[in-house]
Design a protein around this ligand. Structure first.
Ligand code: ADP
Ligand code: MG
Length: 303
């Protein structure tokens, strides 16, 4: 089940929430839709799922344009909205039963409900009121509701936001499990989330796609950008003296003894720093490469 967006533009008044956004997601991929708050993630997801419409551009799900037949597309998509509207007075299983009635589900419905409850780890909670559940279990209920009609595509809008660390791990595991058989697009503003569960990442900022790559490619990119070496000397060192080290392009002074030395070259400048210290009679206490995190790359890309 493929999903493609072509030149999607969405305006709110004069503001372009989405500015000619294009991407493609292939069957079996788990794609992270990463971007800061206000980037346009939810807007894009609402357009894919047919809850709002774009000003221009096309969304095509498995060969069908959403403009032509959103009803048939909705049957193939499971959507977990950002502010998941659950009926707090309903019991878990009753709610799922209610949701399932909105789809014409064939076969043994009761068995299907039990399967979904099992898959999402809700079996023991099924007779509880949604309002009495923890945030993590409410999110599971939302996921279960998104899965009830066995859709091939899952659109999950910030599925782990507001959960505590244990719940985050549980929901991520659940998404990874479900993702083995489905095409998944999940939005997040957390870099580690993408590293933890996605194979591809589409980065959006201010309504524009700024990167679209495999997660490993982005990690590679993080090594190609500025290299930084963290050094600690036993005594105070003048910045001007450090500037004489060949290859150094930027110096961040943490204090008089601790510095981050940056170079845009790929070479390892640690040897130069070591030789410099020996030559100038400085005692080096530590010297190590500062690896760029995905967060750093993200900050650089969205600058
Ligand atoms: P994200 O989900 O990435 O945080 P959104 O898609 O919710 O971003 O919002 C993108 C931009 O569009 C934001 O600047 C937001 O304020 C604006 N926006 C979203 N929905 C509306 C709306 N209904 N009316 C006006 N502006 C909106
Ligand atoms: Mg959002």
């Amino acid at each position: 089940m493929s999903l493609s967006a072509k030149n999607i533009t969405k305006k709110y008044g004069t503001q372009k929430a989405l500015d000619s956004v294009s991407f493609e997601i292939k069957t079996g991929e788990i794609v992270g839709f990463l971007g800061p708050n206000g980037a346009g993630k939810s807007t894009m997801m609402k357009i894919i799922t047919g809850y709002i419409s774009q000003n221009s551009g096309d969304v095509v799900v498995n060969g069908i344009n959403t403009k032509d037949n959103i009803k048939s597309i909705k049957k193939q998509i499971g959507y977990l909205p950002e502010h998941n509207p659950l009926y707090l007075d309903m019991y878990v299983k009753e709610y799922l039963n209610f949701i399932s009635k909105t789809y014409q589900i064939k076969g043994n419905l009761n068995k299907k409900l039990d399967d979904i409850l099992n898959l999402t780890g809700l079996s023991i909670e099924k007779h509880k009121k949604i309002g009495s559940l923890s945030k993590g279990y409410r999110q599971r209920t939302g996921l279960a509701a998104a899965l009830i009609h066995n859709p091939e595509v899952l659109i999950l809008d910030e599925p782990t936001t507001g959960l505590d660390p244990n719940q985050i791990v549980e929901i991520r595991d659940l998404i990874s499990t479900i993702g083995k058989e489905k095409t998944v697009m999940l939005s997040t503003h957390i870099m580690q989330e993408v590293e933890a569960i996605c194979n591809r990442v589409i980065i959006i900022d201010k309504g524009k796609i700024i990167a679209n790559n495999s997660v490993s490619k982005i990690q590679e990119l993080s090594l190609q950008t500025k290299n930084a070496v963290v050094v600690e000397f036993a005594n105070n060192v003048e910045v001007n003296l450090l500037k004489t080290i060949t290859g150094i392009e930027n110096i961040v002074e943490i204090d008089k003894r601790n510095f981050i030395l940056e170079t845009s070259k790929n070479d390892d400048i640690r040897a130069q720093i070591f030789n410099f210290s020996v030559k100038n009679n400085l005692t080096l206490l530590s010297l190590y490469k500062k690896e760029k995190s995905m967060e750093d790359v993200f900050r650089e890309l969205t600058k």
